[in-house]
Design a protein around this ligand. Structure first.
Ligand code: DX5
Ligand code: ZN
Length: 224
């Protein structure tokens, strides 16, 4: 069954907790939290304190706290985000010359380890870490901002990584993040993704958050 992970980035920053609750009440099992440092990406969002504030909301709904670190030197912050309540910690391969060491750090901190790829980073960069990762995140926009259009080449990358994960017998999640909406959700699932991150498709537009979640649900069930 696919997992929908609403991204709080697209919610009203003055009402993050209420917005998280609104989405999770509609059924999604993960809450996606985008941490940006203004260096690795040209935007700044929030740090461990906001994760600490939102983790209890996720717990209320038996949802997992999925933290996407778009930051330089992620190894310096692993423990802080784990202590704040992250269940999964995803770092970018582009920021980690010692990715294996960071993975170890994430596991030692009690979290699952995810690794993310920017649109221009070839999947081959993950070859050595792939058998170990708990999650692989394919960025389908250039990270930094919500509301961008899906980059079509991302679909081929998802298919490629799904084949590799299957060949390894890996149970790792394959997550797609950026420009995901009900219109492309089924296509991405068929390509091999099992976790769909959605920001503006959940918190934007004229419909309610519950209606937006429902639009994903019907897109993913009607066309099977
Ligand atoms: C972008 C973030 C995404 C973002 C997706 O850098 O990693 O999680 O919230 O936003 P949408 O769904 O609006 O493309
Ligand atoms: Zn993200």
């Amino acid at each position: 069954m696919p997992i929908l992970a609403p991204s709080i980035l697209a919610a009203d920053p003055g009402r993050y907790a209420a917005c998280a609750r609104e989405a999770l009440e509609a059924g999604p099992e993960w809450l996606h939290l985008d941490v940006m440092d203004g260096h690795f990406v040209p935007n700044i969002t929030f740090g461990p304190d906001v994760v600490r504030a939102l983790a209890p909301v996720a717990r209320e709904h038996d949802a997992r706290v999925d933290v996407h670190l778009m930051i330089e030197e992620p190894q310096d912050y692993v423990d802080a985000f784990a202590e704040a309540g992250a269940d999964l910690l995803t770092v970018h391969v582009e920021t980690c010359p010692h990715l294996h060491r960071v993975a170890q750090q994430v596991w030692d901190a009690g979290c699952e380890f995810g690794v993310a790829l920017n649109p221009a980073t070839p999947p081959g960069h993950l070859e050595s870490i792939l058998p170990l990762a708990d999650l692989v995140l394919v960025m389908s926009v250039n990270p930094g901002f919500g509301g961008q259009s899906f980059i079509p080449q991302s679909k081929g990358k998802i298919q490629h990584l799904r084949r590799q994960l299957n060949a390894l017998g890996s149970n790792a999640h394959l997550q797609v993040d950026g420009g995901v909406h009900p219109g492309n959700a089924m296509d991405l699932l068929r390509a091999g993704a099992d976790v769909l991150v959605a920001g503006s498709a959940i918190y934007g537009g004229d419909q309610s958050v519950a209606e937006n979640v429902e639009a994903f649900r019907s897109a993913l069930t009607l066309k099977v």
